[in-house]
Design a protein around this ligand. Structure first.
Ligand SMILES: Cc1cc2nc3c(=O)[nH]c(=O)nc-3n(C[C@H](O)[C@H](O)[C@H](O)COP(=O)(O)OP(=O)(O)OC[C@H]3O[C@@H](n4cnc5c(N)ncnc54)[C@H](O)[C@@H]3O)c2cc1C
Length: 399
């Protein structure tokens, strides 16, 4: 039987106990917001626990906080996964442990096992339905991530493929020859793991991401992945197991008896005798709150520049990897954490709390409270809206 919630009202409700939700919760705590609640359908760091067991963070961790350069993977200015886990590239399990330690050290008010099924705003209050009961809140921060929203129905027959996020262990897959659709981080990670297991892999990608020199890691392979790829290519037997197929968009998959047929943009068929692996990323994860947001012509959700709030439903904020401002993607932890302090300051100020800016000074000093979005228009990673022919994919958002 599902446990019923006894809490019926909170000033601030945060949905999602991953880095985005916990990061905002910490910033709110620092800003003096004590009446807050974080809920999660699963457990703290659930997405990281569900990662394939060989996967680790691409962004390096290094304890440099004392010199004003906070560990790239930390979610508050003072802690460091490198210091906590003693590793440069934490795996999913390790990073989830870091998040759990944060919850326990800072005594964040987290309730796991509470799944939100709808969010409505009536007068000035949110009515949030969950499978465990109704919660009323003055403000909602949506931080439900993307991992549990794989793009597994994006084209005809996509459901015949196995989405990379659903593979807990690459060594458990049967077969010797694999076809991976998607040449960004998840696809290359899948290919590397399979080749190291002695399997041959055909890696199909829309463009040629392994050759991209775009400076934004949201649009090209990370240095970590390129290092792994170069290392593998040094060994001729292993290099011979991987085939790179560029400029190819798979448009459909048909399932036959014991084989699958993939068709590209020119209807050219490619056959495979193992279930194709789909490494094409994730939907934006707004899910049940998607109607509360407006969208631009590229179908990106629109957030206020002041504090990442919905332009359609005031009081509903967003934290996480679907954040876009001035065409720049915030899909890495070190990117979206730059707004934790901004969201917290806005909510704390509206709640009438004193000395909000002073309380969040460490956030501002450490780059966790970036209000200057000029970086999004001036830096080289801004998307050119006129560049419609070659939409640049984000490493995680759309592989
Ligand atoms: C394979 C992979 C590798 C990555 N590597 C890196 C990297 O190296 N560096 C980096 O910076 N980023 C990386 N990312 C991106 C980063 O992991 C994500 O951006 C990050 O997990 C997002 O954090 P989040 O808190 O928004 O979401 P999540 O960590 O997914 O947390 C969201 C939480 O919300 C909960 N939830 C969802 N729906 C509901 C609901 N209806 N009700 C209640 N709770 C709900 C989920 O259970 C989950 O626990 C990677 C992502 C992937 C998929």
């Amino acid at each position: 039987m599902k446990k019923h919630l006894h809490i019926t009202h909170t000033r601030v409700l945060i949905v999602g106990a991953g880095p985005a939700g916990l990061g905002v919760s910490l910033a709110l705590q620092r800003a003096g917001v004590t009446d807050q609640l974080v809920i999660d359908a699963r457990e703290v760091g659930a997405a990281f626990r569900a990662w394939p067991n060989t996967m680790s963070l691409l962004t390096p961790s290094f304890y440099s906080n004392a010199f004003g350069l906070t560990d790239l993977n930390s979610i508050d200015p003072d802690t460091s996964p490198a210091d906590f886990l003693h590793t440069q590239h934490p795996n999913g399990e390790g990073y989830a442990k870091y998040l759990e330690a944060i919850v326990s050290h800072f005594q964040l008010p987290v309730r796991p096992g509470v799944k939100v099924t709808s969010v409505k705003k009536e007068s000035a209050r949110f009515i949030v339905q969950s499978e465990q009961g109704e919660i009323h809140a003055d403000y909602v921060v949506w931080a439900a991530g993307q991992f549990f929203h794989p793009r597994d129905h994006d084209f005809p027959g996509a459901e015949h493929a196995l989405h990379s996020s659903r593979v807990p262990d690459w060594s458990a897959l049967e077969g010797d020859e694999f076809t991976v659709i998607g040449g960004y981080e998840s696809g290359v990670d899948a290919a590397l793991n399979l080749v190291h297991l002695g399997k041959s892999v055909r890696l199909i990608s829309r463009g040629e991401p392994w050759a991209s020199d775009d400076p934004d890691p949201s649009r090209s392979l990370s240095p970590r992945t390129l290092d792994r790829l170069r290392e593998l290519l040094k060994t001729p037997e292993k290099a011979g197991l991987i085939e790179f197929v560029k400029n190819t968009t798979i448009k459909s998959i048909e399932k036959g008896p014991g084989f699958w047929t993939l068709r590209d943009q020119d209807e050219i068929p490619l056959a495979t005798t193992t279930r194709p692996i789909l490494a094409n990323g994730f939907h934006n994860g707004l899910g049940i709150v998607s109607d509360h947001f407006e969208y631009d012509e590229s179908n990106n959700p629109i957030f206020t520049e002041e504090a990442d709030e919905s332009t359609r439903t005031p009081g509903l904020f967003y934290s996480g990897p679907a954040l876009v401002h001035r065409n720049a993607l915030f899909c890495f932890i070190y990117k979206f954490r730059a707004r934790f302090g901004v969201i917290a300051a806005e909510i704390a100020t509206r709640l009438g709390l004193p000395e909000v800016e002073a309380n969040l000074k460490t956030y501002a000093d450490a780059g966790f409270m970036n209000r200057d979005l000029d970086c999004c228009t001036n830096c080289e990673c801004a998307i050119d809206p006129d560049d419609a022919e070659t939409p640049e994919p984000a490493s995680f958002a759309q592989l």
